[in-house]
Ligand binder design. Sequence first.
Ligand SMILES: [Zn+2]
Length: 210
Amino acid sequence: MLQFINPLLQKALQSISPCQLCNAEQQQIHSVCADCWQQLPWLKSTVQRQEMDIQSACHYDYPIDRIIQKFKYEQQLHFQQILAGAFMQLRLPKVQAIVPMPISNQRLAERGYNQSLVLGKILAKQLDLPIWQPITRLQQHSQKGLTRLERIENIQQQFQINTTSKLRYRRVLILDDVVTTGSSIFALKQKLEQLGCQKVYAACIASAAI
Ligand SMILES: [Zn+2]
């Protein structure tokens, strides 16, 4: 019963709540007004990083950059609707599971949540897919003073297979919030391939120019 009421209640609340971005208009779509939604720095295309095609909903520009920062570093979790909504604008491939970009336990302790997992769960529910987290991420060491190759190795060493389960998915979608060089997605993809994934897709909310 609760499951039935919640969406209705949500809709009712939405129709009387102000837009989360401009605070002036009423919420119309994913917690923001139609104007604010339209004015996001949309990309809705793929970017190439590390010889991979990564789907990207937006350019990493204002105001999505600020929204992501507030969502990630300032515990402003109410932005999850607009961010998950941005993901849903992508033509996501047919996959068997969603793999949110892992963060280290240290980051998790600082932040209290993995931002990609929060968004992944919304998406997983909408797409009726499982979340799969067979890879953990170790704490990142400083990248200062490293060559490009050393940096890539450093990132690859952060990702570790953590599953002893025989459960495998062949086609998966990696979700990340922001993509810059794409090296963490690349490292995660390699680990997933070691686990037997045959097709590893990736999508992000926003991509920054390198
Ligand atoms: Zn607005």
